[in-house]
Design a protein around this ligand. Structure first.
Ligand code: SAH
Length: 259
């Protein structure tokens, strides 16, 4: 997922502090494209102080007169709203909203649009949006501060980026080979043969110490197998356990020798 193709658009934000806080929220999640439609005087002390270092987003922000202008280069425009609107706008949950990006054709530029603090987005502005994301807040106090709404949706973008990075990594055979080369031999999963040898050793030792009665084994070995299967032992762990068994063998030989 290419975050450079995603633009967050704030429409007529009336508090400069909110613009700064939105810039900060975006930057923490790796987003850098901010557009402001007819904003208040925002390059103020409060704005920069709430941005807390996300200054380049403010300095590089695209400032426009209208929403049309801000989204002119975007082929997908997604609105956000604190409340359910009429049914003409398909509604998406925040956790589904990045799926829309995935399903969009390669190279699609996307705008996510946030409304005014008091009145949200107008119907004319909403008509530019193909769908609407509503953060499911409580019904009788549903409106987030605009910068908090920016944070929630920026986080969803971040989650999608991390998920797609993880799946790309899992798919790159080259990377898998490189990773395998850096794994120490002891960290490799124990082979079937190594495990069987360990079980044989365990059984012999337990018989030797008298803990396991071969005439009445009480499912002891299957239970041990289940326990060790759950822990997915690696080679060095098998060696460790076999070391313990060997030391018990030695001790029981010594005790027997003493008579
Ligand atoms: N009374 C306005 C609230 C505006 S809050 C309204 O009903 O729309 C300012 C902006 O923050 C909103 O326009 C929207 O972009 C965003 N926002 C606030 N709460 C939200 C929520 N629960 N879900 C999605 N966006 C929200």
């Amino acid at each position: 997922m290419d975050v450079e193709k995603i633009k967050f658009v704030l429409v007529e934000t009336s508090n400069g502090g909110n613009i700064g806080a939105a810039a900060r929220a975006m930057k923490t999640m790796g987003l850098s494209k901010l557009a402001l439609v007819n904003p208040c005087e925002f390059r103020t002390y409060e704005c920069y102080s709430r941005a807390s270092g996300a200054f380049e987003l403010l300095d590089d922000a695209l400032v426009c007169e209208t929403l049309e202008e801000a989204v002119a280069d975007c082929s997908m425009v997604i609105g956000t709203s604190a409340r359910l609107r009429s049914l003409s706008w398909p509604q998406i949950e925040p956790h589904d909203f990045t799926q829309v990006f995935h399903d969009a054709p390669e190279g699609t530029r996307i705008a996510v649009v946030f409304g005014r603090e008091r009145s949200g987005l107008s119907n004319a502005e909403l008509s530019l949006c193909s769908s609407l994301v509503v953060i499911p807040s409580v019904a009788d106090f549903s409106s987030l501060n605009v910068s908090a709404a920016v944070q929630v949706l920026a986080y969803e973008v971040r989650r999608a980026v991390l998920a797609s990075e993880a799946s790309t990594k899992a798919l790159t055979a080259d990377e898998a080979t490189k990773k395998a080369a850096t794994i120490k031999p002891g960290e490799l999963p124990a082979s079937h043969r190594e495990l069987e040898n360990m079980y044989e050793h365990l059984q012999a030792t337990l018989i030797e110490t008298g803990y396991l009665d071969p005439q009445n084994p009480r499912m002891m070995m299957p239970r041990f197998r289940r326990l060790f299967n759950r822990s997915a032992l690696n080679r060095s762990e098998v060696q460790l356990l076999r070391g313990v068994l060997a030391s018990l063998d030695k001790m029981s030989r010594r005790i027997k020798a003493k008579g």
